[in-house]
Design a protein around this ligand. Structure first.
Ligand code: AMP
Length: 398
């Protein structure tokens, strides 16, 4: 597989799998176009090279074939605007004669958008005949949809076999994600600190287990920390926890000890008497939360302790908030992590923020350009760090 920048698209029809799964309101207006903007450099480079572009994507989760609600026609005019006024042709079906004719008629510099791939159940099934039909539309295949790289769908993985390695490449979004993820997973400079937060241990167990073989330090914050405290015999009041995961929490602590990985749990917590921004609050040592109170953020001492670990790190991976950062009174812990990660990055560390809620937090606090890389692929990035092979990546490399 060639690298994207070395690829010349002159005279070629590039079939690009993008992630234009953007949220639409009831008037079919796009309420967040970040995913579209992310792919613009990939599209622009191809057009500039003298190639033409055929875009394919899914939108939402249509159940029974084509519907107006999930039609990609709603995004055509905005895409044209984002491309600086380039006309965007639209095919009402992603396969079939209209798509074939419109793709065949494309001239260098022109753009065609295909209708929602998921109007065919064959897409998610990874149907090989469907993938082959799609493949016929372009000369080269570009995968720029990291967000769906963990799915073995027709357009994200199966299709790659119909293009020789010289005729397939990652786009810039995908390349950026893969390079950053591989750097952390396979070439991390030590000390390597993983910061894992969020609500539940059960969601993060695989990633923690995988990181026990790679990281030197693991900071565990957010709601999941309370399962660890309860498992160790601590008092957690009415804090969120998973009783059935307590043995697992103890197992993680034991494994970490055996492997020489430092686990850092909060030493204090901001606890509240209600799950609300206006609740009464107090600072409580971990394992000593009174009945009727729940931990909703990490306390000040924990923030200092975590910052020290982060500032001593050369590689940082952050997934999941330290508390209920959606409420103003419980966002200080997550903000403190963002500040420390930004400072460590400025001092030369490589930092990757991945996974839905930590990405929202970093964006919300305005730190997105102060870390080395913010991943756009929530589920895909998580599976990557769980050590799973992502079909969208494997198919391109294989
Ligand atoms: P996740 O998607 O697993 O990263 O979890 C993110 C969610 O965890 C966010 O919506 C947070 O509000 C929530 N969360 C973090 N800390 C706590 C906590 N101490 N109690 C309840 N929910 C929490």
């Amino acid at each position: 597989m060639s690298s994207f920048k070395d690829f010349s698209f002159a005279g070629k029809k590039a079939l690009i799998r993008v992630d234009f799964n953007v949220p639409l309101n009831e008037q079919f207006e796009i309420t967040d176009d970040n995913r579209m903007r992310a792919t613009l450099p990939t599209i622009s480079k191809i057009l500039k090279d003298g190639g033409s572009v055929i875009l394919m994507s899914h939108l939402g989760r249509p159940k029974d074939g084509p519907t107006n609600q999930f039609s990609l026609k709603h995004i055509v005019s905005h895409l044209s605007e984002l491309l600086g006024g380039v006309t965007v042709e639209f095919a009402n079906d992603c396969i079939g004669s209209e798509a074939v004719d419109k793709a065949a008629a494309l001239q260098p510099g022109q753009v065609l958008l295909l209708e929602n791939l998921r109007f065919y159940k064959e897409e998610e099934k990874g149907d090989i005949a469907f993938a082959e039909k799609l493949s016929k539309l372009g000369d080269v295949y570009v995968n720029d949809a990291f967000g769906t790289a963990h799915r073995a769908h027709a357009s994200t993985a199966i299709i790659a076999q119909f293009f020789s390695p010289a005729n397939r490449t990652f786009g810039l979004v995908m390349e950026g994600e893969v390079v950053s993820a591989e750097k952390v997973m396979h070439a991390a400079q030590k000390p390597f600190t993983a910061i894992i937060g969020g609500a539940k241990v059960s969601d993060k167990i695989l990633i923690i287990e995988n990181l026990l073989d790679r990281a030197t330090d693991i900071i565990i914050g957010g709601g999941m920390a309370y399962t660890f405290f309860k498992a160790q015999g601590g008092k957690i009041g009415k804090s969120i926890h998973e009783d059935d995961r307590m043995p697992l929490a103890l197992e993680i602590l034991a494994k970490a000890k055996a492997k020489g990985v430092q686990i850092h749990l909060p030493v204090d917590n901001i606890v509240a008497d209600d799950f609300s921004n206006t609740a009464n609050t107090q600072n409580c040592a971990s394992g000593e939360i009174p009945d009727g109170w729940e931990g909703l953020d990490v306390g000040e001492k924990s923030r200092e302790l975590f910052a020290k670990v982060i500032l001593a790190s050369k590689t940082i991976l952050w997934n999941g908030p330290m508390g209920v950062f959606e409420m103003e009174n419980f966002q200080a812990g997550t903000k403190a992590i963002a500040v420390a990660v930004a400072e460590a990055t400025q001092n030369g560390a490589f930092s990757l923020v991945g996974g839905g809620d930590s990405v929202s937090a970093v964006n919300q606090f305005g730190f997105n350009d102060k870390v080395s890389y913010v991943s756009t692929g929530g589920g895909a990035m998580l599976e990557y760090f769980e050590g799973k092979i992502l079909p969208g990546i494997a198919a391109m490399k294989g």
